[in-house]
Design a protein around this ligand. Sequence first.
Ligand SMILES: [Zn+2]
Length: 492
Amino acid sequence: MESILHLPRWDGAGMRAKLGQFQQRLQLQQRLELMQHRLDAATAGEQRLISPLNFFAAAAVIGVAAIVATVYTPAYVVEMDGIVLGTVSDPQVFEQAVDRVEARASEILGYEYTMEGDLNYEFALTEPENITPTAQFETYLFDQIGEVMKNYVLTVDGQFIGAAQDRAVLDGVLEQVKAAYVTENTVSSEFVGTVSISHEYTASDVNQDTTAMFTALTANTNGQTVYEVQKGDTFMQIAMDNGMTVSEMEALNPGVDINKIYIGQLLNVKEEIPFLSVKTVDNVTYTESIDCPVVEVEDDTMYQGQTKVLDAGTPGEQVVNADIAYLNGVEQERTILSTEVTREATNKVVAVGTKVRPSWYPTGSYIWPVYGTITSSFGYRSVFGSYSYHDGLDIAAPYGTTIKASDGGTVVWSGTGTGGYWSFGKYVVIDHGNGVRTIYAHCSSLLVSTGDHVYQGQAIAKVGSTGRSSGNHCHFEMQINGTPVNPRSYLS
Ligand SMILES: [Zn+2]
């Protein structure tokens, strides 16, 4: 419907021409048609602005002033720089619109913005429905400010990211962020956080750089995530320094041997969390093996606790369909939708010993053979100014103190040292199986014989100072596959 509402860009001359046309219709001989005309105008959409003089003249003649007055209302046509912008009931309405636009523009631009223009208000009568909505003035006024433009604005959790004239540009940036996590199997993807695109006024020089927007959206928010190993670092210490448990840090560093880190090695110490996180769900079908069910068979030829695999079995196979939920590409949850067994697993058969263990059977733990002061530790030591390696612990104790077997086992030597072992004097060697042996040297007397089985804590010898010894003590040595190890690492 054509009306003054839609004529903000009409020039003043055009407007006056329209008014002139309307005045001509109000000739006296046409007065009887006026009422009919007004009714027609309502449906035909004719220009319904009427000059006040003609209005009163017509009203007086027709004598329906009361009726007309309820239809027409006094108003002002707003003109700025000679351009008709609309009609207001009170000039203040327009002034307030200007104030609001100035305030909003100042807010957007960051400095006091004042609109300039030649304003003129012309009194007129119009139908109330022809009063221009305030928003329309504001739109017009905003359009006059070169420093401000209407843009599509992207915000995430209320934070401004960027703007574009074309909404598709912002949608494109968001799609690009998602694309990093979308695979051919992805069935759904969504952002974590409130992503909003609004159409609003912004400064004309607002950020419209899509590369900068992408960088802002994918920026890591979790600080430094990689640590370079320094001299003296341990995996455990680095984990603690970053507020993680060893297993949490292990999960961030798959394939890293936590006991063999090296200087300069780069370790992940924190998970990367992008500014805008993406949650995806992939539907995948994969084949996985089925573990063999274990069947135990009792065997009285083996000791209790001993086991032996008789048949390893053949693992089965199944085809699984699952929905896997990811957060920024890291699996969070797996929902198995279906499983189809394509090959059953065969049993794994394990023999389990039932024979009661003998008292001398090694426990696998080691006790102190004798209590006393350690006069010489394991490792390098200085003897008479020269360094030598000590293969055991020297434990000082009074002459005749009982020496106990550190663990159960078989005595493989009990006697006086000969050849390279002369310096041990009277000594005992016990074999504990699995390549572990213990040696007890410089004894005053021996209580067991070669071939004897001894249980843990059994008295095997007495403390003395035989062989190369400068005082009563027990030289206690522990060997694994023939190599001396520090007993203190094993004693409990
Ligand atoms: Zn020694």
